[in-house]
Design a protein around this ligand. Structure first.
Ligand code: PHB
Length: 366
C-alpha cells in the first residue's frame, strides 16, 4: 500500500521535517558513567536514526532528584550538556532533527538515586504500587527495586522544580535541540500531579482538574519562556496505567490540557497510547476530540504499523506517528517504510543497558 502521507514533509513550529515518521522516546540505559553523560556510542545510535522526521530522545532527567533509573542521561551538568552537543551536532550533520525529552520521575525512584539517601518526591506521600526503580545496589549489583514511599513536596518547593525544567530547557537551547518535549506521561512526576489518586494535595496543585494540571502548565510556560512556544511539545498518556496511574478522568484531563496547549500555541502534542504499558485502548472518537482541541502538530504513538499510521494521517486525525520498538531494531525505519522493505525484529534482552549489542549493531537495508 501507499504510505504517501507518512512520507510527506511537515512544518512543526516553523521547522521543516522531512517526513511524519518520528522516533519515539526510548529508555536505553546506556549513558556513559560516571555522570550519566551521553557519549560517542549514543551519538552513533541517534545519528543512525537521522532518517526519522523527528527523533525524540530517551527521557532525560532534569536533576538528580528527577532520576529513577541507573544509566539514563541527564541534562543538568556541563558534562551532560557537552555530551548532548555531540549528539545534536552529529544528527544535524546527518540531516536529522531532534527533540530532547525532559523528565522528572517523581515517586518512581529510590533513595539510592537521591542526594544523601533522601526519599523520592511526589505530589503526596503515596507509594506507586507494582512500580520499579532501576538501581545499582551498594554491592554493585543492578536491580529493579520497588519504587519507595515518597515524601510530599512542599508548595514552596514547586517553583524550584519548575526552575529545574527551565534550566534544562536553557541547556537544550544552548545545545541547539530543535524542540524540547515536556514528559507529562507514563506515571512520572507531572503525570502524578495530574492523577486523581497519586495527587491528594489540598493546596492550589491538588483537587480540581485545573489544580492538578497547574504544575504541568507552569512547567510548559517556563520552558516556553526559554525556547518560545514553537519549539515546545508535550507528551501525555491518557488511559495509561503504567506506574500505578488511574485511567479515571485522564481523558478529560488530556482534553483540558490540549485546549490549554492550543492557547499557548505549542508546536506539538504527543500522545502515548496504552500499548506495552497497559490500559484501555483509546477510541477513535477520543482521538478526534483531541484533534478538534489542538491545532498544532498532533502525534500518536504506541504499537502502530506503517499501515495503521498511514490510515490515521489519511483520516486527518494525526499529523505524525512515532515508532518505538521498530526504531530500536531498524535504524533506517523511514527508508524501509518507503520501500516496503522487511523489518528487523527487536531483541528485548538488549533494550536496557549494555553497549553496542542490540543498540548500534542492527543492520541497515542491504
Ligand atoms: C522506562 O524507563 O521504563 C520508561 C521511561 C519513560 C517512559 C516510560 C518508561 O515514558
Amino acid at each position: 500500500m501507499s504510505i504517501k502521507h507518512l512520507l510527506e514533509t511537515i512544518t512543526v513550529g516553523g521547522t521543516v521535517l522531512k517526513n511524519r515518521i518520528f522516533m519515539a522516546p526510548l529508555t536505553r540505559s546506556r549513558a556513559s558513567q560516571p555522570g550519566d553523560v551521553p557519549a560517542a556510542l549514543n551519538c552513533l545510535y541517534y545519528t543512525q536514526r537521522a532518517g526519522a522526521g523527528l527523533i525524540i530522545t530517551e527521557a532525560t532527567q532534569i536533576s538528580r532528584q528527577g532520576q529513577g533509573y541507573a544509566w539514563t542521561p541527564g541534562i543538568y551538568t556541563d558534562a551532560q550538556q557537552a555530551g548532548w552537543q555531540q549528539v545534536v551536532d552529529s544528527v544535524h550533520t546527518a540531516g536529522g532533527k531532534i527533540a530532547l525529552q525532559l523528565w522528572h520521575v517523581g515517586r518512581i525512584s529510590h533513595s539510592l538515586h537521591q542526594e544523601n539517601g533522601a526519599a523520592p518526591v511526589a505530589p503526596s506521600a503515596i507509594a506507586a504500587k507494582n512500580s520499579y526503580s532501576f538501581v545499582v545496589l551498594p554491592d554493585g549489583k543492578p536491580s529493579n527495586e520497588p519504587a519507595e514511599l515518597p515524601r510530599a513536596l512542599e508548595t514552596a518547593e514547586l517553583p524550584g522544580i519548575v526552575a529545574d525544567y527551565a534550566a534544562a530547557a536553557c541547556r537544550a537551547k544552548a545545545v541547539g535541540f530543535d524542540f524540547v518535549e515536556v514528559h507529562s506521561a507514563n506515571g512520572y512526576l507531572l503525570n502524578q500531579f495530574l492523577d486523581i489518586n497519586a495527587n491528594q494535595r489540598t493546596d492550589a496543585y491538588g483537587g480540581s482538574m485545573e489544580n492538578r494540571a497547574r504544575l504541568t502548565l507552569e512547567v510548559v510556560d517556563a520552558v516556553v519562556a526559554e525556547l518560545g512556544s514553537q519549539k515546545v511539545g508535550v507528551r501525555l498518556s491518557p488511559n495509561g496505567v503504567f506506574n500505578d496511574m488511574t485511567p479515571e478522568a485522564s481523558t478529560e484531563m488530556a482534553l483540558y490540557l490540549a485546549a490549554e496547549f492550543q492557547k499557548r500555541g505549542l508546536a506539538y502534542l504527543h500522545i502515548a497510547e496504552p500499548d506495552w504499558a497497559g490500559g484501555l485502548a483509546l477510541t477513535q472518537d477520543f482521538r478526534k476530540a483531541l484533534r478538534a482541541s489542538f491545532k498544532g502538530t498532533l502525534v500518536f504513538c504506541g504499537g502502530y504499523t506503517a499501515e495503521k499510521a498511514e490510515a490515521l494521517l489519511a483520516d486527518g486525525i494525526a499529523d505524525a506517528v512515532a515508532f518505538g520498538r521498530p526504531y530500536i531494531a531498524n535504524p533506517d525505519l523511514a527508508e524501509r517504510f518507503a520501500k516496503a522493505a522487511p523489518l528487523n525484529t527487536p531483541d528485548a534482552n538488549t533494550f536496557y543497558g549494555g553497549a553496542e549489542k542490540g543498540y548500534t549493531d542492527y543492520p541497515f537495508m542491504a
